[in-house]
Design a protein around this ligand. Structure first.
Ligand code: SF4
Length: 551
């Protein structure tokens, strides 16, 4: 039951905004990250990246820029090759730095044209050793980037209408959107225009570039809820208000990492025309009230958990919005429990969206260039990244589907993948990530290949999320089988690379976090046998029609 709009309240700024928690009476010492941001904003490193550091080289980069502000432009130092997770604990962070960078390119809504994808592909082949990853937040991430090449890389990206601004750092990160936005006949509302407005008005806005921590957003009317609204800091979920029409239900305070929390509804209805205002209000509330003393408690989810949805709504409406928001309905249940848009889906205009799966997100510049060319040949040059490390080519005519599928298969990109390839994701892991304890992409590839070989007739949808450390970039807490990189004892008692296993996580009609069992640890070498055994037991013991998620 919904109620009519409440009367508008005037905005009443209660205190100076923009200085964050330190303006509330907290004083020094700031932690190192807050100190760095106070000394100089992250966005301000741009000029040095373009005009100074390419000349000084890697060794001339100020450490505060290198390990701090560079992130505001999507640059992380990558892990020095050959250093294993077991040694990480005794090394200083700088000992893990390689002189190469990971470069994250933000693709809001996961949207790319073929021309843009060719630019990314060319950068990968020319500057990044032909490696590229499609991430589960619809970014593309390149590796092996040298500081000397960044000006040319940014010039190419920006010339093609892309940016790396705020791809990382304590900022508003890429905004998730449904890959089928604007083409799916079942969508509640097309979130593309709202995403564009938020990006155009607020990405790179210095007043929002010093948040307590990262701020993850999703805006979508996807009938499958593919943008995972439950685990974003802020999510606009398409709903139809009985009197006001299509708009959004507002969720806040979701996030995984080391202390996972599912987001909560504020019970408001957000008309499409007010999305940008409301997004800005919540981001500003987070900036001003979010915790900053401890990095481990600085995400919005902790403030929401402590203060409650009612306080967030009241504060948002009183202090940040021009008028209160009406109450609104919750989202309808998802159309499908799977949220990946893999396979062939009819668009509302009669053409098709063709979604396909690489292996755990790893591709190359060479493959991306071929995908761009296929999108031109068989579609209208529109490509989308999904939230499950997959890609979609839009606008494919019926007669072009089969030839496109064949050409994709020749690139090892599969439109009708096994449940294992479809459901497996992996984070960056120890190959490039300095926080990693465990290798991930290779383990995931091996897992897919061996599960396909050993369980060829297994057809129950299954999510296997492989993570290199507790930070949960590949969302181990919401997978059927969630794997968290850890050092674990082998048979001889030696600590080796392995995984803590979390079982039964799920997002959908019955969202819940996976169960961690204290004894459930496997070595990386024993992972395959463990997963095969688990799935065989499930098949043997399940009740008729019982899914793995409900088992
Ligand atoms: Fe790196 Fe850990 Fe994130 Fe994996 S989960 S990408 S290892 S921080």
């Amino acid at each position: 039951m919904t109620s009519p709009a409440r009367p508008a309240r005037p905005a009443r700024p209660s205190r100076p905004k923009g200085a964050g928690q330190w303006a509330l009476g907290y004083s020094e010492p700031l932690n190192a990250n807050e100190r760095m941001k106070k000394d100089q904003g992250g966005l301000e490193v741009r000029d040095r990246i373009l005009n100074l550091y390419p000349h000084t080289g890697f060794d001339g980069i100020d450490p505060q820029d290198l390990r701090g502000r560079f992130r505001w432009w999507g640059l992380y130092t990558q892990r020095r090759p050959g250093i294993s997770g077991g040694r990480t604990a005794v090394l200083e962070p700088e000992e893990l730095d390689d002189s190469y960078f990971m470069q994250r390119i933000r693709l809001d809504g996961g949207r790319m044209t073929a021309d843009q994808l060719r630019v990314i592909a060319d950068i990968s082949t020319r500057y990044g050793r032909d490696v590229a990853d499609v991430t589960d937040r619809q970014n593309i991430q390149l590796h092996w980037i040298r500081i000397e090449d960044v000006p040319a890389i940014w010039g190419a990206l920006e010339g093609a209408g892309m940016t790396t601004a705020e791809a990382c750092g304590d900022t508003p990160r890429v905004i998730l959107g449904c890959p089928l936005a604007g083409v799916d006949g079942d969508e509640v509302i097309d979130g593309s225009a709202a995403i564009d407005e938020v990006v155009e008005r607020f990405v790179g806005d210095p007043t929002l570039a010093n948040l307590p921590r990262k701020f993850k957003s999703a805006i979508s009317g996807c009938a499958d809820h593919c943008t995972l609204h439950e685990i974003n800091d802020i999510a606009f979920v398409g709903v139809v208000h009985p009197e006001l029409g299509a708009g959004y239900d507002l969720w806040v305070g979701g996030g995984l990492s080391t202390n996972p929390k599912l987001g909560v509804r504020l019970g408001t209805f957000v008309p499409p025309a007010r999305v940008a205002e409301v997004w800005h209000g919540v981001a500003s509330l987070f900036r001003d009230y979010g915790y900053r003393r401890l990095r481990t408690r600085a995400r919005l989810k902790f403030l929401v958990a402590d203060m409650g949805a009612e306080w967030v709504r009241t504060t948002l409406e009183k202090e940040y919005l021009t008028a209160a928001l009406p109450d609104g309905p919750p989202p309808a249940p998802p159309r499908n429990e799977g949220r990946d848009h893999i396979g062939v889906h009819r668009q509302r205009d009669g053409r098709n969206a063709v979604g396909f799966a690489p292996r755990a997100g790893r591709v190359s510049g060479t493959i991306l260039r071929a995908v761009a060319d296929l999108a031109d040949r068989f579609g209208q040059g529109r490509i989308r990244a999904t939230t499950t490390q997959k890609l979609v080519i839009l606008d494919v005519a019926d007669e072009a589907v089969a030839p496109l599928e064949a050409e994709l298969a020749a690139l090892d990109l599969v439109v009708r993948p096994s449940v294992f390839r479809r459901g497996t994701m992996a984070c960056t892991g120890i190959e490039f990530c300095k926080l990693a304890i465990v290798e991930t992409k290779g383990n995931a590839r091996d897992l897919i290949e061996e599960l396909e070989r050993r369980l060829p007739d297994f057809d129950e949808p299954i999510g296997i999320n492989v993570n290199g450390c507790p930070n949960a970039c590949a969302r181990f807490q919401v997978a059927d089988i969630g794997l968290k990189g850890s050092l674990v004892p082998d048979d001889a008692g030696e600590m080796v690379e392995g995984f803590q296993v979390h079982l039964g996580g799920h997002l959908g009609t019955r969202s819940r976090l996976g169960r961690k069992s204290r004894g459930l640890k496997v070595t990386a070498d024993g992972l395959l046998d463990y997963v095969v055994g688990l799935l065989e037991t499930y098949r043997r013991e399940r009740a008729d029609g019982e899914s793995f998620a409900d088992w």
